[in-house]
Structures are given as structure tokens and as C-alpha cells.
Design a protein around this ligand. Sequence first.
Ligand code: NAP
Length: 331
Amino acid sequence: MNKRKLRNLEVSAIGMGCMGFSHGYGELPPEEDSIKMIQYAYEKGCDFFDTAEAYGPFKNEEILGKAVKGFRDKVIIATKFSPYLLAGQEKYADNKLTKAAIKGALEDSLKRLQTDYIDLYYEHRVPLNSNPEEVALWMGEFIKEGKIRAWGQSQSNVEQIRKAHAITPISAIQSEYSMMERMFEKDVIPLCKELNIGFVPFSPLASGFLSGKYSKDTKYYGDDVRRAITRFIPENVEKNQPLLDLLYHVAKTKNATPAQISLAWMLHKYDFLVPIPGMRKYERIDENLGAAGVILSESEFNKIEEELSKITLYGNRTDEDIQKMGHVRAQ
Ligand SMILES: NC(=O)c1ccc[n+]([C@@H]2O[C@H](COP(=O)([O-])OP(=O)(O)OC[C@H]3O[C@@H](n4cnc5c(N)ncnc54)[C@H](OP(=O)(O)O)[C@@H]3O)[C@@H](O)[C@H]2O)c1
């Protein structure tokens, strides 16, 4: 697969979001299957793997660590510390956003990932009442110590990015982005371009919606976040059909699938962007990674943009809605 730059990191053009192996999408595959799927993605050319201490919590990092143990130096591992207290972190109860607490979380992540450095370490959320500069300073220290190679933020705003980047340059912003959620196009993504920061869309397939394989009758169980994402309310699934019609139409002309077209569209749009779809079936790994080979011409891209601008979308994904599920952390 071709490579892309997230500032100082070089990664495959499409990464793998590992969250679903332990968190957020209902029934889990057995651990040995998850490990095999991560290894399969690597064999297929993917070298960028995304996890977080909050996924599981903690379990996801363990799975990824086991999966990449044999080729750790060939892959880019991105993980995240939570600004909020996770189960078992009570010793930081006074404040998770201290240097000691983040250092503790980092050391624990290193152990679970069976490595002595993390390539990309994100602040999973940047609370509005927190000080992004302080965290940036600590990240700079961790970089100097060789514990991390680069750092980033998730779902942060322009002001938080600017403040933090001025202290320790940020390599990547990871935030929600897909054909169904384009709010960051107006400010954060242009800022990333301006500051030479990579952009890593999470939920690039809008939690699978853009694959066209889910209908209004699909049922979601357990911790599946689609129970809380309003795009999946049956009436919104119906109302969002014009977007799938567009994707099916383009997919047919390109001998591709709707999921591939939606990934190819964002890859064409920004050359500093690397999506990380979540996928727990071999055929989906082939399909999604295969999107790197679906190249849109300028006129095909412009036509998609034009058609997209005519489509009204219904529903969204918010941390607040997901938090209402109670047992699932939104981040
Ligand atoms: N920073 C943050 O706050 C944040 C938030 C959410 C996610 N993330 C990260 O971003 C990654 C990606 O997010 P996401 O998992 O929501 O992304 P996504 O790829 O938009 O959605 C994943 C869902 O779509 C399904 N899917 C993927 N490809 C498919 C295909 N070709 N056909 C049919 N269904 C398909 C998956 O099914 P199966 O898995 O069942 O195969 C899964 O249910 C996560 O794994 C995580 O690492 C970060």
C-alpha cells in the first residue's frame, strides 16, 4: 500500500482502528481471532494501528501488543490516554491531567503493548477547562525521553490545537470525519494543513453506515454505539438513503464498493489524511484496505462533491448520546 505522512511519521495510506476488538461494537471476536485479523491487515500492507487505554478498558492495547509483537519495529502504534479516570486508576482520583498521572498511564500502556516506545500518543479528549499547553509541555518531555515519538489530540478545537502546537508540535489530530460528518472541514482540517499536522479520521465509514450493508431493520446489541448514534434510528436510515444511492452509483462506475468510494473520496480530498476504519472480518479488511487502490480523477471527485452538497443528512454521533448508554465511554 502507498504511504502517507503524518508530519514526522510515515504510515500506510489506510490504518486499522482496533477499538472494535474489545469495545463499542457489540459482540467481540475471540482474542486469538482479533490477533489474527490484525496480523492479516499487516500482511496486506497496513502498518498503522490505532488503540487506546480506554478501549476495554486496557484490553485493546494488550491484544494489539500481542498481535504485533513479532514485527513491532515495522509498525506505527497509536494509542491514547484518557483525560478521565478509568477503572483501576483511582490513585489519580484528584486529577488525571497531571504529569504524574499521564506518565503512569503511559508506562502502563507501554507494558500492555509490550514495547518501550509509542509512535503516536494522543490526548483522547481535551476538556474545555483544561490547559492544552501544560499537556503539550509534558508530551515534549516524553518525546525527549524517547517514550513517545509524536503526539496528538482527539476531537480538539482550533484554539486548543494552536495553543498546544506552539509548545510541542502536534503530529496528528484524530477526530470524527466521514461523508456523514464534515464539521471539521471548516476549521480544524484547514488548520492541520496550515500547521503541517496530519489528520486521522475516526469512524470514517460513519460506523459502517457508508458500507451500505446495514438497513433500517438491523438490530444492535450490548455496548454497540450504534444504539446511541442517531444516524441509525430507522427513520434516519431511510432518510439518508440518497447518500447510499450516490455511493452505489459511483461504486458501479469504478468497479468498487460504497465503503471504498467513501474512503477514496477523503484520500483524494486531503493528502495529509489517513483514515482508520474498524473491521473485524477478513473480507472487510480486504475491502477497506483495497480503497487505497481506488483512485478518483479530479472530475469524478468534483462530481461527488457536487452531489454531496445537495444531500441533507439526518442524525449524528455525539459523546453525550453515547455516554447515556452508561457502560460505554464515548471517547
Ligand atoms: N478518538 C476517538 O474518540 C475515537 C472514537 C471512535 C473510534 N476511534 C478509533 O477509530 C477507529 C475507527 O472508528 P470506527 O470503528 O467507528 O470506524 P468505522 O469503520 O466507521 O466503523 C466501524 C464499523 O463499521 C463496520 N464496517 C467497517 N467496514 C465495513 C465494511 N467494509 N462493510 C461492512 N461493515 C463495515 C465494522 O464492522 P465489524 O467491525 O463488525 O467488521 C464496525 O461495526 C476505531 O477502531 C478506534 O480505533 C476513535
